[in-house]
Ligand binder design. Structure first.
Ligand code: URA
Length: 430
């Protein structure tokens, strides 16, 4: 088999066989196929499209490129969650303790964030002492003992995806639904869970800007999961404005703890309950969504979910009283530039402002400032007066604050009449 012939076939719009896809993915992963040939095939595929059969074959080849976690020796239903990423999205910190408290097993592998969205691990690592690199035995023991562990993905998990994603990123070939779905689902399937909820976001701060694209991606990912024997559902949620009020790692942990303690912002709470409810239904803990959501609410109201989260933090070496979360040296107010209703709080721009304060990383090797970030005081549609504090900027110095404020000037828009509300959750696909 020649990679040259495979590229020609895709260039001419033909469907590749499973053997050809395997030859390509394994060959690239092991270094036999060079970047330039792989990039040519990726671009041909992006322009010509990949069939459902090809997408499944890509996903399976990627899974086969590394180790597959076997959770079979852990009793119970193992649940996982994936978010396509959004600004202020800390739902995993709420959803996973809630479902663990309700009886599901959570053995979750997470990633770090890049760009204007932070990853779950970055948030957890802002808790002093928290360890996210557990060995396989310790990871499984913790899940058996307390039903909840969140750790970092190992290097051996789907290595083909890591290499392919870096190449896609550099060759403008990320935006293929088939490649995105195969990439995400290969990682989810390799970690061995039985059930999965996908939070597929759309809007300015999301990977997908349009609802129709996020719906198509969600449908494809649910189908790929089902093909492989994993039960999955997807929630389509809006990311026009940040989720909750806090953006930045330690600030988001505090906000998640507020929800786990029975309070916190309404949007974060609602989305977390919806995602948890989907998992409780998929896992057979509840018969239908209403019952599942009531059960999830109970875990928050009773303190069971907070206790579960604290158990996990403690087991992984962290300060489970959250008394020593890092605080920024400078906290400064960002004020409303006009009087009116907030008609835009552009999530992407708020994310970029948080990045500028040190809350995110532009390159993989960049260090994050765990204390940095933004706390909004208002949500979309609320009325503000010129000069009122719209947000607190948490950072190291006034220079960072001034640079972030310039970005925020473009993130907020004001109107004389209240804007149309945007529903937080548009659809659930199961
Ligand atoms: N996230 C992934 O993990 N893979 C993609 O291709 C896109 C987003």
């Amino acid at each position: 088999m020649l990679m040259y012939d495979i590229i020609c076939k895709k260039r001419d719009g033909q469907e590749l066989s499973c053997q050809e896809i395997d030859f390509w993915i394994q060959g690239y992963s092991s270094g036999i196929i060079p970047d330039y040939q792989c990039a040519a095939l990726l671009m041909a595929g992006l322009l010509r499209g990949f069939s459902r059969r090809e997408t499944i074959a890509m996903m399976n080849s990627m899974i086969a490129s590394g180790e597959r976690i076997d959770l079979g020796d852990i009793p119970g239903i193992k649940a996982d969650k994936h978010s396509t990423g959004g600004v202020g999205d800390k739902t995993s910190l709420v959803v996973m303790p809630v479902i663990a408290a309700a009886g599901l097993q959570v053995a979750k592998m997470s990633g770090r964030g890049l760009g204007h969205t932070g990853g779950t691990l970055d948030k957890l690592e802002s808790i002093p002492g928290f360890r996210c690199q557990l060995g396989a035995d310790e990871f499984k023991r913790q899940v058996r003992e307390i039903g909840l562990a969140i750790i970092s993905q190992t290097a051996d998990l789907v290595p083909a995806d890591k290499k392919l994603y870096a190449l896609r990123d550099a060759t403008a070939t990320v935006d293929s639904l088939a490649l995105i779905a195969a990439s995400i689902m290969s990682k989810k399937l390799a970690t061995g869970a039985d059930i999965l909820v996908l939070d597929v976001k759309y809007g300015s701060g999301a990977f997908m800007q349009e609802l129709a694209d996020s719906r198509a991606l969600a449908q494809l990912m649910v189908e790929l999961a089902q093909q492989s024997g994993m039960k999955a559902a997807a929630v389509l949620s809006a990311m026009e404005q940040p989720l909750g009020y806090a953006i930045g790692n330690a600030l988001e942990v505090s906000e998640a703890v507020a929800v786990l303690s029975g309070g916190g912002p309404a949007d974060l709470r609602q989305l977390s309950l919806t995602l948890a409810a989907e998992l409780l239904v998929l896992g057979g803990v509840a018969d239908h969504r209403d019952q599942a959501e009531a059960l999830a609410r109970e875990q928050l109201a009773s303190g069971a979910a907070l206790a579960k989260f604290q158990q996990m933090i403690c087991a992984q070496g962290g300060d489970s009283n959250f008394n020593h979360l890092p605080h920024a040296a400078v906290v400064t107010a960002y004020q409303a530039r006009r009087t009116g209703y907030l008609s835009t709080i552009d999530a992407r721009k708020v994310g970029l402002a948080a990045l500028c304060l040190g809350a995110g990383r532009q390159r993989k090797e960049d260090a994050i400032d765990p204390a940095a970030g933004i706390v909004l005081h208002y949500k979309l549609g609320e009325q503000v007066a010129c000069g009122q504090t719209l947000a607190e900027l948490h950072c190291r110095d006034q220079q960072q604050a001034a640079a972030a404020a310039e970005i925020l000037d473009e993130a907020f828009a004001y109107s004389a009449i209240p804007p149309e509300p945007i529903p937080l959750i548009s659809e659930i696909i199961s």
